[in-house]
Design a protein. Structure first.
Length: 331
């Protein structure tokens, strides 16, 4: 049983009891209005209730005009649906079509146009929609723990992706299915949905931190996809690839930190300076592979800039790149 069902049941019961207490005939209609007013977030609830209330007023006004001039006949209800629904949609309150119909049909059922009858319908709106709004405002399930779990999942995927990229640089013949990319994309999308819902539950001071985080990861995923295309061009093992692999090993750890550590950035800056002092490629094949590795470093820099924009930086000690093993020092 979902929590929304429990809220709906509570709002329905509350509205019927209140409607019966104030003496509104057919108090169960208030329960129907309450069912229509329950939403998944506080902001959406306020928007929906406002739209339904205003739509009901528009429908009530138009329905009373029809009943006054044409009388209480069944075919008049058909005319109301034919003309009234488009009018409500054009008014910008299409969410309130069903709610307005409940009110107009109640007037038709009483076959009477009087101030007392009209006030009863407005009271019914206040009771039914108000009960739904009250239940929504009182409590919404906290999703912070769920979102934190999604973040941990996303960070885990990113960490594995960078570890696999490092392994591919050291061994271009290694086959990686890339399933973590798909998993990361799905997790980021779930995170964006959950973060948006969490923001809509805070009416006055919404916290955009989770939204910002998942948008950052979405941008970084696009950068990772570009890196993957460049990585596919590294078809030969070179010392340069081993050196860049050390960066991805470091990044696989840094990505799990909540702050921007800057460790990988410092290593990348030092490595690019080291590349500039190296000898030029001796063969076309070496040139192509080194070119792809250099472009990979450029894309990695863009990835790090995205993190730097969104994550809070922290002061760190200078980082030394691991010394290559013997036999890999040739450039």
């Amino acid at each position: 049983m979902g929590f929304r069902i429990i809220k709906t049941a509570a709002a329905t019961l509350l509205s019927i009891l209140l409607a019966a207490a104030v003496g509104i005939p057919n108090a169960q209609s208030a329960g129907l209005l309450a069912i229509l007013g329950v939403e998944t977030t506080r902001k959406r609830s306020l928007r929906t209730i406002t739209a339904r209330f205003l739509a009901s007023l528009v429908g009530l006004f138009f329905g009373c005009i029809l009943f006054f001039f044409l009388g209480f006949h069944y075919w008049v209800l058909g005319l109301y649906v034919l003309v009234g629904f488009p009018m409500i949609v054009k008014s910008g309150y299409k969410e309130g079509i069903v709610t307005s119909s409940v009110i107009v049909f109640r007037v038709f059922g009483q076959a009477e146009l009087s101030v007392h009858v009209l006030l009863q319908q407005i009271e019914l709106l206040f009771v039914g929609l108000g009960s739904a709004g009250l239940v929504n405002l009182i409590y919404m399930p906290q999703t912070g723990g769920v979102i934190a779990g999604i973040r941990k999942e996303v960070d885990g995927y990113f960490s594995v992706i960078f570890t696999q990229m490092a392994r591919t640089l050291r061994d271009p013949g290694y086959l990686w299915d890339g399933k973590e990319l798909i998993g990361a994309g799905e997790a980021v999308q779930r995170g964006l949905t959950a973060a948006s819902r969490e923001m809509e539950n805070h009416v006055i001071h919404p916290d955009e931190a989770w939204n910002v985080y998942f948008y950052m990861r979405k941008e970084q995923l696009e950068s990772i996809q570009n890196m993957m295309q460049l990585l596919s061009q590294v078809y030969r093992q070179l010392p340069h690839g081993d050196m860049v692999a050390d960066l991805f090993d470091q990044l696989s750890n840094d990505v799990l930190a909540e702050e921007y550590t800057g460790r990988t950035e410092k290593l990348l800056d030092g490595l690019e300076k080291e590349f500039q002092g190296m000898e030029l490629p001796e063969t076309r094949e070496e040139f192509e592979v080194r070119s792809a590795i250099l472009q990979l470093c450029r894309e990695l820099s863009l990835y790090l800039n995205i993190a730097k924009r969104y994550k809070m930086p922290v002061d760190i000690k200078p980082v030394k790149r691991p010394v290559p093993a013997k036999g890999n020092s040739r450039v």
